[in-house]
Write a protein that binds this ligand. Structure first.
Ligand SMILES: Cc1cc2nc3c(=O)[nH]c(=O)nc-3n(C[C@H](O)[C@H](O)[C@H](O)COP(=O)(O)OP(=O)(O)OC[C@H]3O[C@@H](n4cnc5c(N)ncnc54)[C@H](O)[C@@H]3O)c2cc1C
Length: 417
């Protein structure tokens, strides 16, 4: 069987590698140079994603930092809590590693080939026709649309930027860390700085500093690149850019159908993003493995779709409900109150960073309930969304096996999400 992959960023390269290592014939098409494909910045990815996907955990220089203390600040402070960070991964190296693995396993990866459209098993490209038995779209937000789906709404688009820069003044950096009670290597994440869903995340490490920003401009906020430029301007200890980039991230739950017959979607093209913090890489690594396993076992796009919707749909839908809640209701003041009352607590932040369902321990839950009892307006904000998140998890666990039951499932979906 020949698997055609459109786009060789993280999602496409992971699919190419996972399929090729299972003995499937792979042809991967990337519109640009292979060594410029996908994310060109540093992303936070939970270690568990690599382990579960069977992808060796990154080593330096791909790995820029392991887990450690993480400081979440409400707005520009002073209220903050300390939780635990995830792996910091240089995506340029991860994408290159996945591409190299795919090639070693026999995949045919072609650069400078843009897919324009599909005609059954044939992809029309600017370099001629390419035939495959199964087509996988991994082309991010703006690909050739292998499966029909609407445009992502502007209110569901985060613009994010991440840059690694030089530290121009070590004393200034040390002073910044001291102010926030952080050490070198520990991220300080200012949250709700430009409307509910927005961050400026700063991590100083020796001679370098990583700055990650994100927001939803449709809500009237400055975009990620502007937030970053503004933060750099206000902190003269931050020097010149070494590398990085910016792009839009779809904030949503997966599309209701991400695989069907001889077609499948992965990565941003599938809406497979943990939208509470706009993270896609863990989901890409996991689903690439599941897609390859399904195809190697003789399954089709629909079988892959059912697996992903049931295993991840509830988690991602719940995460998106929380994202919408935070965008609409959680400004810096509300966030500070939620932190002070123990409703947003280190354990919950850790669950979110690890991209797993939030399941507070008994003591944390008791403290949160007490906090909401003392400030009932917070409870009125938070409890309905927590309930809907649990309903969404249950709803996706019942994603139908039979495509003809999909319409009924979707109708009930309106209740859950
Ligand atoms: C600044 C920033 C910070 C982020 N931080 C995190 C983070 O901390 N953790 C995390 O998990 N995620 C993070 N994300 C999200 C993550 O980077 C994306 O989810 C991920 O890069 C998407 O990967 P992808 O392979 O689906 O798509 P892409 O990276 O967009 O790759 C798609 C590839 O397809 C190619 N392509 C497109 N159209 C065609 C075509 N017609 N023919 C052939 N090739 C085509 C493109 O050239 C591209 O190389 C961040 C995103 C941004 C912008």
């Amino acid at each position: 069987m020949v698997v055609g992959v459109v786009g060789l960023g993280t999602a496409g390269s992971a699919v190419a590698w996972q399929c090729a290592r299972r003995g499937l014939e792979v042809v991967g098409l990337e519109r640009g140079p292979l060594d410029e494909a996908g994310a060109r910045w540093v992303n936070g990815v939970p270690r568990r994603a690599f382990l579960d996907a069977g992808v060796p955990v990154p080593q330096a220089p791909e790995l820029r930092a392991a887990e450690g203390p993480y400081h979440l600040v409400a707005g520009w402070g002073p209220t903050r809590i300390r939780s635990t960070s995830v792996l910091e991964v240089d995506m340029r190296h991860l994408v290159a590693r996945l591409q190299a693995g795919a090639r070693e396993a026999g995949a045919d990866l072609r650069e400078g080939v843009k897919v324009l459209s599909f005609d059954g098993a044939v992809a029309q490209t600017d370099a001629g026709e390419v035939r495959a038995d199964v087509w996988v779209e991994a082309s991010g937000l703006g690909g050739p649309r292998l499966l029909e789906r609407p445009e992502v709404e502007r209110t569901d688009l985060c613009t994010a930027a991440q840059e690694v820069r030089e530290v121009a003044d070590r004393a200034g950096a040390a002073n910044f860390l001291r102010t926030w009670g952080a050490r070198e290597g520990e991220p300080v994440c200012f949250t709700s700085v430009a409307g509910g869903y927005s961050i400026v995340n700063v991590r100083v490490e020796g001679e370098q500093v990583g700055v990650l920003t994100g927001s939803v401009p449709a809500h009237g906020a400055p975009g990620g690149p502007s937030l970053l430029a503004d933060f750099v301007r206000r902190h003269p200890w931050i020097g010149l850019k070494r590398f990085g980039g910016s792009r839009a991230i779809p904030l949503r739950r997966p599309w209701d159908v991400i695989g069907c017959g001889d077609r499948a979607l992965v990565g941003d093209a599938a809406g497979l993003v943990f939208s509470a913090h706009g993270s896609g890489v863990a989901m890409q690594l996991l689903t690439a493995r599941w897609l390859a396993e399904t195809l190697a076992a003789g399954g089709d796009g629909w079988a892959y779709n059912v697996i992903v919707q049931r295993r991840l749909g509830g988690l991602l839908c719940a995460s998106d409900l929380f994202r919408r809640f935070s965008a609409e209701r959680v400004d810096a003041d509300v966030l500070a109150r939620l932190m002070r009352r123990g409703v947003i607590a280190p354990g919950m932040v850790e669950d979110t960073m690890e991209q797993r369902p939030a399941r507070p321990r008994k003591r944390a839950l008791a403290r949160a309930l007490l906090g909401m009892a003392r400030e009932p307006s917070l409870g009125r904000h938070v409890l309905p969304v927590l309930l809907r998140m649990r309903l969404a998890e249950r709803h996706y666990a019942r994603y139908p096996d039979d495509p003809t039951d999909l319409a009924t499932w979707k109708q009930r979906h309106i209740i859950a999400a």
